[in-house]
Design a protein around this ligand. Structure first.
Ligand code: HPA
Length: 249
């Protein structure tokens, strides 16, 4: 089973057929999502910020969301998110396939393992099999995609200061966002393959010649949303039944 977690600007599963609202009860609360299908495969769609984009990044029920997908037997997650760019060559409107992260969040529930000692390996935080499929799908769909990118996750909901962005840049980050942590962590703990296609919506603070607004983030995501849905449809078609990665080990 495959799930899409739609971030800012990706609120509806228009690439799916037979879409239905469903809800899943978990120990972290009830999660509302949609089920649908694409070319005969069941695909779930979860809007990270809620259907009306009303849940801010630091209050998203990440544990509930991932647990719900786990209970639905989801084996692969394709997530989307908006990011600011720290690198000139990653321009607003570009897609970046994340391959590493740096965690600067402060106050989130970031594990399922509060009552036992479990140290999960994060050498390859994002699924290697999904990575090669997504790179190929982007070529086929003629979508420009940077094949690697280190994501720094901030707590938000405020944007960063130029001094913070300068520090993140020195630490090796390429893009900055507010939602990949703890989503990617919980997915790995739940043994679900996770990939994340980030859309650059702006140059980060101090790199952008202007102040950053939420509106510019939304405008770029709206502009790119058809392209990302086309890309995701292609990816779903290319995902084989058999896993060749190490995410579930
Ligand atoms: N910073 C953090 N999160 C973001 C940004 C940013 O500049 N743009 C889109 N999401």
């Amino acid at each position: 089973m495959i799930a899409i977690i739609g971030g800012s600007g990706v609120y509806d599963p228009h690439m799916l057929q037979d879409v239905q609202d469903i809800s899943v009860d978990t120990e972290y609360g009830t999660v509302a999502l949609k089920s649908g299908s694409h070319q005969g495969r069941t695909v779930y769609f979860l809007a990270r910020h809620g259907g009306k984009h009303s849940v801010p990044p630091h209050t998203v029920n990440y544990r509930g969301n991932i647990r719900a997908l786990q209970q639905l037997n989801v084996g692969r997650i394709i997530s989307t998110s908006a990011v600011g760019s720290l690198r000139k060559e990653m321009k607003p409107g570009d897609f970046v396939l994340l391959d590493q992260f740096i965690d600067f969040t402060k106050n989130r529930h970031y594990t399922f393992f509060d009552d036992s000692v479990v140290h999960t390996d994060f050498t390859n935080p994002y699924c290697s099999q999904l990575r090669s499929i997504i790179c190929q799908a982007a070529l086929d769909a003629q979508v420009t995609l940077h094949q690697q990118g280190t994501y720094v996750c901030t707590e938000g909901p405020r944007f960063e200061t130029p001094a913070e962005i300068n520090m993140f840049s020195l630490l090796g980050a390429h893009v900055v966002g507010m939602t990949n942590i703890p989503e990617v962590v919980l997915a790995r703990e739940a043994k679900i393959c996770y990939s994340s296609i980030a859309t650059v919506t702006n140059y980060a603070a101090g790199i952008s010649p202007t102040r950053i607004t939420h509106q510019e983030v939304i405008d770029i995501m709206d502009k790119n949303s058809e392209m990302i849905k086309r890309l995701i449809a292609k990816i779903i078609e290319m995902i084989p039944q058999t896993k060749t990665c190490e995410c579930g080990d």
